[in-house]
Design a binder for this molecule. Structure first.
Ligand code: HEC
Length: 126
């Protein structure tokens, strides 16, 4: 009988462990919900001189001949834990700094809403 109870507690812990593992797995999936394809598009928009041209002013890993007018875009998740704040910066840098020389990509319609989302998701991975 005692053996039976031991088995019961053991299987209960196994079930709990499995539930915890399942929870953290779905959390990881949440974090990684931006597809590789979308990130590649965001990078393309950020790097291209026809679209974002962010490299004209910012150092971005993997980008050639970066400018240094703006700060290097590194450790973005640490500095912008909230994606919405990062998006706002890219959408309209004047909100934080009315004297900025960064292009207000949203209001000036240099980038569409969708393009700004793609760029934000990509920059957030840096
Ligand atoms: C003409 C130069 C210029 C261009 C082009 C430019 N930026 Fe900026 N950016 C700046 C400057 C300067 C700052 C520093 C803050 C300020 O003065 O507004 C800045 C700040 C930022 C910040 C905040 C960084 C921090 O550490 O606080 C982010 C994020 C950013 N830019 C993203 C982008 C992205 C993405 C693009 C391309 C879509 C881009 N920038 C294009 C000049 C530029």
């Amino acid at each position: 009988m005692r053996k039976f109870f031991r088995m019961l507690t053991l299987s209960a812990s196994v079930v709990t462990l499995a539930a915890i593992a399942g929870m953290s797995a779905s959390h990881a999936a949440d974090e990684a919900k931006v597809s590789e394809e979308a990130l590649a598009k965001g990078k393309e928009i950020a790097f291209s001189q026809q679209t974002g041209n962010c490299l004209a002013c910012h150092m971005i890993t993997g980008g050639e001949l970066p400018g240094n007018i703006g700060p290097p875009l590194i450790a973005m998740k640490a500095r912008f834990p909230d994606r919405a704040v990062l998006r706002e910066q890219i959408y309209d840098a004047r909100i934080k700094n009315p004297m900025t020389i960064m292009i207000p990509f949203g209001p000036h319609q240099v980038l569409s809403e969708e393009e700004i989302d793609l760029v934000t998701d990509y920059i957030h991975t840096l």
